[in-house]
Design a protein around this ligand. Structure first.
Ligand SMILES: N[C@@H](CCC(=O)N[C@@H](CS)C(=O)NCC(=O)O)C(=O)O
Length: 273
C-alpha cells in the first residue's frame, strides 16, 4: 500500500501515533481468548487481531480463558467492556473506534482503506480456511499442534472423543466454505497466491499503510504469525516463510507488541504495550 501512495502521489501525511490513541477509558476491557499456542500469542488469528487492535489503541485489557461452546456466538474472541459484550474481531474494532474515538485508519486515503478492507477479507475469508485445514485436517499437524496443546483442559477420558468431534466439525466448516471440497494440493496453491499477493502489497513498508499501523495490520499479523510461527509443516508454511518481508513484518510486530508475554501468564500479557 505504501507503493500506491507513492505512485499516485496522494502525499497524505502519516497520522501521528496519537491519532489512533484511545480516549476516555475508565474500566478495563475483558478479552476472552484461547491461549498462547506454539510461540504465537493465541491459537486464534482473530484473538491475536483483537489483542493487537487493543494494543494499537493503547487500551487496558485483561485476557480471560474463553470457551467457544458457551461464547455468545459460539466463537472467540469476544470482549466485555463496561457491561457491553461484543463478539467478532471486526465488531470489536468498530466498538473501539466508536467508544474510544480511535481512528485506526487515519493515515490511509480512501483507496488505501478499500485495499485494506480487501486484504482483511482475503485473510479472514480465504487464507484463514487454508490455515484451518492445515491445522485441523492434516494428521501430522493436528497431532503435533492443536491435538497436543489445545485439549489439556478437556478431561482425559473424553479427550479422544472431543478431538474427533471437533475435527469433524471443522471438516464440515471447510466443506461449507468450499475450500474443503478441492483436490489435494489445490487449497495450498490457492493459499500461496494469497501469500504472494500479501507480500507484494506489503513490499518493504513497515506496516501496510507505511510507518503507522492501521487496522488491517492487526488482521495481517494475526494470520501471518499463525502460519509462520508454529513449528508445523505445510507447503503454505514454507511459502510464507519464503517471503522475507512477511517474516520480517511478523518479527517486528511480535517483538514490539508481544515481547515477553507469549509464554507468560495472562497478567503479563494484559497491559497494552
Ligand atoms: N468472524 C470471527 C471469526 C472467529 C472465529 O472463527 N473463531 C474461531 C477460532 S479461530 C472459533 O472460535 N472457533 C470455535 C468454533 O468454531 O467452535 C471474528 O472475526 O472474530
Amino acid at each position: 500500500m505504501r507503493a500506491t501512495t507513492t505512485l499516485q502521489g496522494y502525499g497524505r501525511e502519516q497520522a501521528s501515533a496519537s491519532s489512533i490513541a484511545a480516549q476516555g477509558q475508565t474500566g478495563e476491557i475483558l478479552l476472552y481468548r484461547f491461549g498462547p499456542f506454539l510461540g504465537t500469542p493465541d491459537a486464534s488469528p482473530f484473538v491475536i487481531k483483537a489483542m493487537l487492535l487493543l494494543k494499537f489503541a493503547g487500551l487496558r485489557y485483561r485476557l480471560l480463558d474463553g470457551n467457544p461452546m458457551t461464547a455468545p456466538r459460539r466463537f472467540l474472541p469476544f470482549i466485555r467492556d463496561e457491561g457491553v459484550t461484543v463478539t467478532d474481531s471486526t465488531l470489536i474494532r468498530w466498538h473501539i473506534e466508536r467508544k474510544y474515538g480511535v481512528a485506526f485508519d487515519a493515515a490511509l486515503d480512501p483507496r488505501q482503506r478499500a485495499l485494506a478492507w480487501a486484504i482483511e477479507r482475503m485473510c479472514e475469508d480465504h487464507l484463514y480456511f487454508a490455515l484451518l485445514a492445515l491445522r485441523w485436517i492434516d494428521d501430522h499437524n493436528f497431532r503435533d499442534g492443536l491435538g497436543r496443546h489445545m485439549f489439556t483442559a478437556v478431561p482425559l477420558a473424553v479427550r479422544p472423543l472431543a478431538k474427533v468431534v471437533l475435527r469433524r466439525m471443522n471438516r464440515k466448516r471447510l466443506a461449507g466454505h468450499g475450500l474443503g471440497r478441492h483436490d489435494a494440493g489445490d487449497p495450498e496453491r490457492l493459499a500461496m497466491r494469497d501469500l504472494d499477493a500479501l507480500a507484494a502489497l506489503l513490499g518493504e513498508a513497515r506496516y501496510l499503510g507505511g510507518d503507522t499501523p492501521c487496522a488491517a495490520d492487526a488482521t495481517l499479523f494475526g494470520i501471518l504469525t499463525s502460519i509462520i510461527t508454529p513449528p508445523l509443516r505445510s507447503p503454505i508454511i514454507a511459502a510464507a516463510r519464503g517471503h522475507a518481508n512477511l517474516v520480517g513484518y511478523c518479527d517486528r510486530i511480535m517483538s514490539q507488541y508481544f515481547a515477553g508475554c507469549i509464554e507468560g501468564s495472562a497478567d503479563r500479557c494484559s497491559s497494552a504495550s
